[in-house]
Ligand binder design. Structure first.
Ligand code: ADP
Ligand code: MG
Length: 313
């Protein structure tokens, strides 16, 4: 699914954040990337979502070279990767339900689809009862669960969690770990970056990539690259199907009613929040470039229209 081949990333400052890194990750794996602060974990993630370009070497995602990926395909690529951060990055004005619904709304899912998906995700992270609370009313562990649900919203095949337990106590950290393991069991590939040694004990049996000053010191269970593209796709599809089946609940409808959760068709309008503003801010977290492109398009359209009107008058 992911291949790094001799990847080096140097920053302008002269810092070599990653040096000649090679590894392969198969679909369905849970891989722990660890190493002290400054060892290159976040850089690795940023290369994967194409927020950074490698200085040399090649990265492929699902057998497609990221180096050769056209700019306009980047938003689509990023949507396949859910990112979870240490500081949750939830929008304070939106409640739990709305925070999870937001990425779905941005990519234009119908209200029915949004409702069904958010209900499933709340169920998965066991926060159905807190759906109408706001981020400041949640514990750190709960906030991180919401951010994980949001990362899963658009059905990515990969979750990258960058120090997801960095702000949590050990009990909440373990809960988040269990949730990530559960999500992995349901078929989503997970890359988990951490420098938390206590957490590493709990993840002893997982595959570990150990970074030290940008160098890959150890790969506890190296995987070989996928050979046949078709097989690989099939694997992905099977995993996806498994995921969908598992999170389907029989009494979904009943639960929804019991907690009074119904999707208001204009749930953004109801709150005096400017949807454009929220989208713009959310874009900083999710699909930066896509929203920018969308905006550009609307502006060009607008400009064209205005220009046309001017011509007529
Ligand atoms: P980690 O996530 O493991 O703490 P990072 O990937 O954030 O490590 O950083 C690795 C190294 O690259 C550090 O020395 C850091 O200072 C440097 N670095 C990261 N991002 C940048 C940047 N945008 N510009 C310059 N140096 C950077
Ligand atoms: Mg980091």
């Amino acid at each position: 699914m992911i291949t790094f081949s001799s990847v080096t990333k140097k920053f302008g400052s002269g810092v070599v954040a990653l040096q000649d890194i090679s590894f392969h990750i198969k679909s369905g794996e849970l891989v722990v990337v660890h190493g002290p602060s400054g060892s290159g974990k976040t850089t690795l993630m940023n290369l994967l979502i194409k927020d950074l370009e490698p200085t040399s070497g090649e990265i492929t995602y699902k057998n497609i070279s990221l180096t050769e990926m056209p700019r306009k395909q980047i938003p689509q690529h990023r949507r396949k990767i859910g990112v979870v951060f240490q500081d949750y990055r939830l929008l304070p004005e939106l409640n739990v339900w709305e925070n999870i619904a937001l990425p779905l709304s941005i990519i234009g899912k119908s209200n029915d689809e949004v409702e069904s998906r958010v209900t499933d995700l709340l169920n998965l992270v066991s926060l159905t009862e807190k759906a109408l609370l706001f981020p400041k009313q949640l514990s750190g562990g709960e906030a991180q669960k919401v951010s994980i649900a949001r990362a899963l919203a658009t059905g990515p095949s990969l979750i990258f969690a960058d120090e997801p337990t960095g702000n949590l106590d050990s009990k909440a950290s373990l809960e988040i770990m269990r949730l990530l393991q559960q999500i992995n069991d349901l078929g989503t590939t997970i890359l988990l970056a951490t420098h938390d040694l206590a957490l590493l004990d709990a993840l002893e049996r997982e595959r570990h990539l150990e970074l030290e000053k940008g160098v890959l010191k150890r790969d506890s269970r190296p995987a070989s690259p996928d050979k046949v593209v078709e097989n690989h796709d099939h694997e992905d599809k099977k995993a996806e199907q498994k995921k969908v089946e598992k999170i389907k609940t029989e009494d979904k409808q009943k639960k929804r009613k019991a907690f009074g959760i119904t999707l208001d068709l204009s749930f953004f309008k109801k709150k005096a929040i400017d949807k454009d503003e929220i989208e713009a801010r959310m874009s900083e977290i999710l699909d930066k470039k896509e929203v920018e492109q969308k905006k550009e398009k609307t502006e060009t359209k607008k400009a064209k229209k205005e220009h046309g009107v001017e011509k007529k008058t």
